[in-house]
Design a protein around this ligand. Structure first.
Ligand SMILES: CC(=O)[C@@H](O)[C@H](O)COP(=O)(O)O
Ligand SMILES: NCC(=O)COP(=O)(O)O
Length: 238
């Protein structure tokens, strides 16, 4: 089964535009779960331009499904995650000024660092996922860090889907097979959408979770949040 984790960063972006509490992030998370989401994802960035560290504490109190916190493992991020103890932390190599995530880890070069960080999260029984490009070598080196899962960075698939989806998915199939061989779980995310999700799910073996934010929250403007979540769930049903 593939789980849908709704990334609610963009709800916080809208809220922060006016400095008040509309839309209410916590209520949105509760409603996403009520409408069928099997997880909630947030990516607190250092400038807190959308998700604030305080939001993460508030969300922990209400999220009943799987809470996934993404981010670069800076000292303050590690402290936040160890305090909140979500079900999953996803480590992303973004520099502080990144507009959005645009690449996975070099898991070979960062092997020692990742091992140290992962051990800290495992000491609190937090599942760890590492954000990687669809590169077999990077998945193999991810496996030796002790991570539980990898999350494949799907932007290249999404941007090449329209022109040649068969070619676009190839490296992802190969990376997924390596993850399976190495005995680690597989997540995926970034720019997945109603257009490209079904083909991805059908072709990727062992896909445990997709985290989707930008396209899903945009679709909700037209279809409403409840309908939109149902539409996405239909795309990933087995
Ligand atoms: C790791 C990843 O792909 C997502 O977290 C994505 O980067 C969303 O972050 P923004 O909402 O800040 O673009
Ligand atoms: N991990 C990917 C994620 O949470 C959402 O990415 P996007 O759908 O906002 O591109």
């Amino acid at each position: 089964m593939t789980k849908l984790s709704v990334n609610i960063n963009k709800i916080a972006t809208i809220r922060n535009a006016r400095g008040g509490n509309t839309p209410n992030l916590v209520e949105t998370a509760i409603n996403c779960e009520r409408f069928g989401a099997q997880g909630i994802t947030v990516h607190p960035r250092p400038d807190e331009r959308h998700i604030r560290y305080a939001d993460v504490y508030d969300l922990k109190k209400v999220v009943k499904t799987e809470f996934n916190i993404e981010g670069y493992p800076s000292e303050s991020f590690i402290k936040l995650v160890l305090d909140v103890v979500p079900e999953q932390v996803t480590l992303v190599p973004d520099p502080p000024e990144a507009i959005t995530s645009s690449a996975g880890w070099d898991t070979e070069k960062n092997q020692v660092f990742l091992k140290e960080v992962i051990a800290k999260f495992h000491a609190k029984n937090i599942r760890v996922s590492i954000f990687v490009n669809p590169d077999e070598n990077m998945v193999r080196h991810a496996a030796t860090t002790g991570t539980d899962r990898v999350e494949l960075y799907t932007e290249p698939y999404a941007s090449n889907y329209e022109t040649d989806k068969e070619t676009a998915i190839e490296p992802f199939i190969a990376a997924a097979k390596v993850a399976m061989e190495c005995g680690i779980g597989l997540n995926a995310g970034h720019d997945l959408s109603l257009v490209n999700l079904e083909f991805f799910k059908k072709n990727i073996p062992g896909l445990l979770e997709v985290s989707i934010g930008h396209a899903l929250i945009s679709d909700a403007l037209y279809y409403g949040l409840e309908n939109t979540i149902q539409l996405y769930l239909r795309k990933i049903k087995s």
